[in-house]
Design a protein around this ligand. Structure first.
Ligand code: ZN
Ligand code: ZN
Ligand code: FE
Length: 763
């Protein structure tokens, strides 16, 4: 007989709501161990008694094959006195004051549940709310911690005896699956018209499929809000959706029934395939095949990329199968408002858009958009971070202070830190209306509650007019908290460093559209020497006028004229350039006046505005309908193979390097006059920017002896630019940091603000 030993094991990470305890139970039985397992508000605790070799085997098995959706962060072992347990049990949860748990994001429907809903003899056949411990809603049904059914949106549904039996059986796939439900006891679907009247019929799903096939627009309640859907092969349905949603050209995403179907429309690399079929099931930006498709061209006009996702709830699987063609799936909102989540709210806000509403009676506790990802050099790069990822934290290498970082303005998200975790929120939206600000406040309250964080330090963007800044200043004043203003581009670089687990210092290249500079100008073409504690501006693009301020962002030709006017003076307006023909003479005179008299005309070093100017000069775009459109459409026509560059100059002013693009614009102008193809000029422009980065970084590396370069800011969502830049920098042995888990755009800013604020208070 072996001697009996006892051990206590504490497992931290995402270990609740993912089938952890049943797995532990089965492993204990397999290894002839007694004791028990229970959740606390900080970890999963396991007490084991048995032979030493059996305990060891148990630990090895746990490390080697945890439940598929668990993410183990640490396993702590402790000796225990032997108590002589006679069996292994799953015990009640214990609430520990002031402890916190990581929370699982929502998980796409697993293979076994898909089998259930398509199996005519299963009791969940065609049931759109099927889930198990390996899949289904998590974060979006959570009202409070611990993650028990009564603290979720499922609390109001009483389990039927059959579901109860599954829920209580440690050998069942649905053991303690909090959202467990069936057609007898769980949520149900309803199809209603915009007045809220129920459409008669006992099969709302088939009815919906019929309506979609007829070209109708449906608002479909999903995990984190309503999505607007229409037949992706029907031009007039897509056109109608664009018109009603007031979205002229910003690309829509589509959902298809299978990978094979995506292959018809897009090229898929190995890493893209893995992302598509992952349990996060995000929208993946894929390169579209040249024509050959039945998809409406109105889905993503003038871009080579198409956002595609696979079904991620049973409802989607059933609907896509019935309808037999791809669907446009886009957030249920008008332009940039938050996604509609409640039934009544959806009816009110989306009644002018949707012809019908496919809704259900399971409440949504937090708005949660679809995540968007692309693969660059076979590595994932987050574009919009929400479903499947938030609120999973970014790990910090130190114990943090209680910080709330409020983010920027467009693509806002916030970040709270506690322990070694930075909880970057899901995508909140553009803070340009009060609805989005309310959404921000609600979500902050939720995170404070579920992670037990009471922030003492508030970080915010230096821009005085951002709603997020106003909100931060109110908090600081009313609660007497410490405030840390953070420069926008410093935050971008710090975000990229934290995303890569690097503390610096680094040479940071921050290229974006707009960020408030320390001198009051609009920055956006910046080279910084940075670490978390501070930064020094070492180089930037030359300041140019932005005639009309916001008008120059909406109408990129204003930026083109700004560059031409500084080079050619009055003559600029009479050059033989096709793009000038589309501009009203009166507006030209106004632009000239605005630049000369500096009326509503700030200075900017923005790289985004430079892309706007070139795109307009090439007559690719006249007015911009969404952020980055000018650059997106230019990248789509640019010839990637072109590697020659345009001339540019480096100057120096007060010890700071300044990049001037005047000679580039001269050369480009003559290229256009000689009718050089736009694809060639655009390709050459991309190569030029990559060369500018290389040239400056080479000099800065020599001077500072720092050879790590961090690339951040929305401009680096341009794949052609990013790939050309990384290739050049790496060829000269620089270490290049690019984003992965956190968006390069302003959606990642809050993480940077949070680590900067932490460094200020932890020193
Ligand atoms: Zn499942
Ligand atoms: Zn049931
Ligand atoms: Fe930015």
């Amino acid at each position: 007989m072996d001697t009996i030993h006892a051990k206590k094991i504490k497992v931290r990470g995402v270990v609740q709501g993912v089938g952890f305890r049943p797995l532990v139970y089965q492993m204990a039985l397999r290894n002839h161990l007694n004791g028990h397992v229970f959740n606390t508000s900080g970890d999963v605790t396991i007490i084991l008694e048995g032979a030493e070799k059996d305990i060891e085997a148990f630990i090895n098995q746990l490390k080697a094959s945890p439940p598929p959706q668990a993410r183990i962060e640490s396993i702590e072992l402790e000796e225990q006195p032997v108590e002589g347990f006679q069996q292994f049990q799953i015990r009640e949860s214990i609430i520990l004051e002031n402890e916190y748990q990581l929370i699982s994001p929502d998980i796409a429907t697993c293979r076994l549940c898909i089998e259930d809903i398509f199996n005519p003899s299963d009791r969940r056949y065609c049931y759109p709310f099927t889930n198990c411990t390996n899949c289904g809603p998590r974060f979006t049904i959570m009202e409070d911690m611990p993650y028990d059914r009564r603290n979720t949106a499922m609390g109001k549904f009483n389990m039927c005896p059959q579901c109860r039996a599954e829920y209580d059986n440690p050998n069942d796939r649905r053991f303690h699956a909090q959202p467990d439900a069936c057609p007898v006891c769980g949520p149900s679907l309803q199809l209603v018209d915009p007045s809220g009247n129920i459409v008669p019929g006992d099969a709302p799903l088939s009815l919906s499929a019929d309506l979609l096939r007829q070209g109708k627009i449906l608002a479909i309640k999903g995990l984190g809000g309503f999505l607007l859907a229409c037949d992706a092969t029907d031009d007039s349905a897509v056109a109608l959706l664009r018109q009603r949603k007031r979205r002229r050209s910003k690309p829509f995403a589509i959902m298809t029934a299978s990978l094979d179907e995506i292959e018809i429309y897009c090229h898929i690399s190995e890493s893209e395939r893995n992302l598509l079929v992952s349990s996060q099931a995000p929208i993946v930006l894929l390169r579209r095949r040249a024509r050959s498709s039945s998809l409406s061209p109105l889905i993503a006009p003038n871009t080579i990329y198409l956002g595609v996702m696979l079904p991620y709830t049973p409802l989607h699987h059933l609907l896509l199968k019935q309808i037999g063609r791809p669907l446009v799936m886009t957030s249920g909102n008008i332009s940039e408002e938050p996604i509609a989540a409640e039934n009544g709210e959806a009816l009110q806000r989306l009644s002018g858009i949707a012809d019908y509403f496919l809704m259900h009676n399971r409440d949504i506790c937090s708005r949660y958009d679809d995540s968007v990802i692309m693969a660059v050099n076979n590595r994932m790069q987050m574009v919009r971070r929400a479903r499947g990822f938030a609120p999973y934290p970014i790990r910090l290498g130190y114990d943090s202070a209680g910080v709330l970082a409020c983010g920027a303005e467009v693509k806002n998200s916030f970040c709270m830190t506690r322990g070694r975790h930075a909880f970057l929120s899901q995508h909140i939206g553009d803070l340009e209306n009060l609805e989005t600000l309310e959404h921000l406040k609600d979500t902050i309250s939720l995170y404070k509650k579920i992670f037990h964080i009471e922030p003492e330090i508030i970080a915010y963007d230096m821009h005085p007019d951002y709603l997020s800044t106003g909100y931060a200043l109110d908090l600081i004043r009313s609660a007497g908290l410490n405030g840390v203003p953070v420069q926008h581009h410093h935050a971008h670089i710090a975000s990229c460093m934290a995303d890569n687990g690097v503390t610096g210092p680094v040479i940071g290249v921050a290229f974006d559209g707009t960020g408030y500079g320390e001198d009051g100008a609009i920055w956006g073409g910046e080279f910084l020497l940075a670490d978390y504690s501070g930064f020094k501006r070492l180089a930037h693009f030359e300041y140019v006028s932005m005639p009309g301020g916001k008008a120059a962002i909406e109408r990129p030709y204003r930026m083109a004229l700004s560059y031409l006017f500084r080079i050619f003076g009055e003559e600029a307006f009479n050059l033989a350039l096709p793009f000038l023909k589309g501009i009203d003479r009166g507006e030209m005179a106004l632009i000239k006046q605005q630049i000369e008299r500096k009326i509503n005309t700030p200075y900017t070093s923005s790289c985004g505005r430079l892309f706007d100017a070139v795109s307009a000069l090439l007559n690719i775009i006249k007015e911009s309908d969404y952020e980055g459109q000018a650059a997106v459409e230019m990248e789509s026509i640019a010839d990637e193979a072109i590697d020659i560059t345009y001339p540019f100059e480096l100057m120096e002013k007060d010890g700071i390097r300044i990049v001037s693009f005047d000679n580039m614009f001269r050369a480009m102008t003559s290229d256009i006059m000689f009718e050089t193809p736009a694809s060639f000029i655009a390709g050459r422009f991309h190569a030029t920017i990559a060369d500018v980065i290389l040239t400056i970084c080479r000099e800065l590396v020599r001077e500072t002896d720092i050879s790590t370069v961090a690339l951040s800011g929305g401009v680096f969502q341009n794949r052609m630019l990013l790939e050309k830049t990384v290739k050049r920098l790496e060829s000269e042995n620089m270490t290049v940091l690019i984003h992965c888990n956190v968006p390069a755009n302003d959606g990642g800013i809050a993480l940077g603000q949070a680590v900067i604020a932490n460094s200020k208070y932890l020193l």
